[in-house]
Design a protein. Structure first.
Length: 191
């Protein structure tokens, strides 16, 4: 069974579970219903919000539909790294695992994008699937960089792991079930 948690982050940095549904992040209709319920309870989905999400097409579609397209997406770096590395032959994995964080840790958007594009070209030569996996949604892995907010928020809002840790803390052993998480940080960009 998969669970989707929506976690809101207040301006003060507090995390709140806003919704929980028993569904995959690929079920657009179920996710749209969950987001509609959030809106009815007062969540300001029409404002420009930041969503930290795994690469889930159904979830992204539901968010765009619900918000009227006024969203900023930060892809989960942990999941992006794992997906890219999974395509590589074993002998390349350690080197890429060491290099990827350095590319994303660049403070300036242009520097991070250039480093990731160089890495993508190198990976393309090693394994085309790995290169394509890095290229897909690459710009969305740099949303906090583009906003100039990576230094302040990058540690907390570049991965959905913070949500998984919150769920484990709240639910303990039952959180060991596979969970898929999405987070929203209100007012990062303003309206």
């Amino acid at each position: 069974m998969q669970y989707t948690f929506v976690v809101g982050v207040t301006e003060a940095g507090y995390k709140r579970i806003l919704s929980l549904a028993s569904c995959s992040l690929q079920h657009t209709e179920t996710l749209e219903t969950m987001l509609e319920q959030l809106a009815r309870r007062g969540s300001r989905m029409s404002e420009s919000l930041l969503y930290v999400i795994p690469s889930a097409v159904g979830l992204r579609r539901a968010l765009v539909a619900r918000s009227g397209g006024h969203i900023f997406v930060q892809r989960c770096l942990a999941q992006k790294r794992a997906r890219v590395v999974s395509y590589l032959p074993q002998e390349y994995r350690l080197a890429v695992c060491r290099a990827q964080p350095h590319a994303w840790d660049a403070v300036e958007y242009g520097d991070a994008l250039a480093a990731l594009k160089r890495m993508q070209q190198r990976m393309q030569r090693i394994n085309e699937s790995a290169g394509r996996a890095l290229a897909r949604g690459l710009v969305e892995t740099l949303t906090l960089h583009r906003a100039g907010a990576y230094v302040a928020l990058g540690r907390s809002l570049t991965t959905t792991r913070v949500i998984a840790r919150l769920v484990q803390r709240l639910y303990g052993p039952c959180a060991n079930a596979q969970t898929e998480c999405v987070g929203a940080a209100h007012h990062l960009y303003g309206a």
